[in-house]
Design a protein around this ligand. Structure first.
Ligand code: ADP
Length: 322
């Protein structure tokens, strides 16, 4: 398997514990075949299962006009503590306030008898993590395409004072036209006053910025997303994350020492401009990291094509850009 063991791509243990993980031994019963809110106003047919995350299961559903959506299902029983409720409501509040072509569209949320349901734009092509597993790595034109869309979404979020804090390939979904849709706002935070710093240690080991781990007194801000974007770029073109190792402690040590290198041999050996851009982004001091604007203005984006779209053949094989 080319990628990390599952645990190093799963969220780090945050200072405030995440919502309880749904234990596979006590998998909750499937939601009803017809999903409806208590008033019966919204009615959807459950048509498939899409995936499972830290505290939710996600289904494909169909509304009365046969439009297909994704539906995140959180059991009421996993929301017994006040902390769990607060966390879910924070995710909903942030996600529903965002509207951008490269962010998974939040449609609605409602309560049924046993579950809270969140309806979302359906991303039919899975996540960039799924695609990377099939493709091993991406061509640099594809990486430019994904990066332009990701950075556009991130600039919009930051302008709305939202830090995502868990940008990673598994949270970058793809619609049927291979457009990037940033999803999973479970660790997102709102910066409520200029200069506010966040103190909660959270993120996913491979993608976590050094200041989150080692500068816990002064906290972190928007630049943590920039760091993750650097890790994402490396992973897109090399095929594995830069600080990847067997155990989480060793990953953190490598992040602290800025200890990563590029494969010397093709095909996983990226171009010199991409190495330079990755190096610029993976700067230890968050204040010295390039702005998102500076990243899209980097020479790497001008040295070859930025495709207007990615053909769906890219699901299985590298597109021919010649
Ligand atoms: P959690 O917040 O519990 O980690 P996620 O948002 O990561 O849950 O979703 C879990 C899985 O469900 C994803 O890995 C993906 O396979 C699937 N999924 C989530 N949102 C969508 C969506 N909008 N369209 C299609 N599949 C989705």
């Amino acid at each position: 398997h080319p990628l990390a063991p599952a645990d190093t791509n799963a969220p780090a243990a945050p200072a405030s514990p995440p919502l309880p993980r749904q234990n596979s031994k006590t998998t909750p019963p499937s939601p009803p075949k017809i999903i409806a809110d208590k008033s019966g106003r919204q009615k959807y047919q459950r048509v498939g299962f899409l995936g499972e995350g830290g505290f939710a299961r996600v289904y494909e559903i169909m509304d009365s006009s046969t439009k297909r959506l994704a539906c995140k299902v959180v059991t009421m029983s996993s929301l017994k503590t006040k902390k769990a409720k607060t966390k879910l409501y924070a995710e909903i509040k942030i996600h529903r306030s965002l509207s951008h072509p490269n962010i998974v569209k939040f449609i609605d949320c409602f309560e049924g008898d046993d579950n809270v349901y969140i309806t979302l734009e359906l991303c039919t092509s899975g996540s960039l993590m799924d695609l990377l597993r099939r493709r091993k790595r991406f061509t640099e034109p594809e990486a430019r395409f994904f990066m332009v869309q990701l950075i556009g979404a991130c600039q919009y979020m930051h302008n709305q004072s939202v830090i995502h804090r868990d940008l990673k390939l598994g949270n970058l979904f793809l619609d049927g036209h291979m457009n990037v849709k940033v999803g999973d706002f479970g660790l997102a935070a709102l910066i409520e006053s200029p200069g506010e710093r966040k103190k909660t240690i959270c993120g996913t080991p491979n993608y976590i910025a050094p200041e989150v781990l080692f500068d816990t007194a002064s906290g972190h801000s928007f630049e943590v997303d920039t760091w993750s974007i650097g890790v994402i770029l490396y992973t897109l073109v090399v095929g594995r994350p830069p600080f990847q190792t067997k155990d989480v402690k060793a990953i953190y040590q490598k992040i602290r020492n800025n200890d990563y290198s590029f494969p010397a041999e093709p095909p996983a050996s990226p171009s010199m401009p991409s190495r330079k851009l990755i190096g610029d982004i993976l700067t230890q001091d968050p204040a010295q990291r390039p702005t998102l604007q500076a990243i899209v203005s980097h020479q790497w984006f001008a040295m070859g094509p930025v495709p207007p779209y990615i053909p769906t053949s890219a699901h299985d094989s590298p597109p021919d850009w010649s």
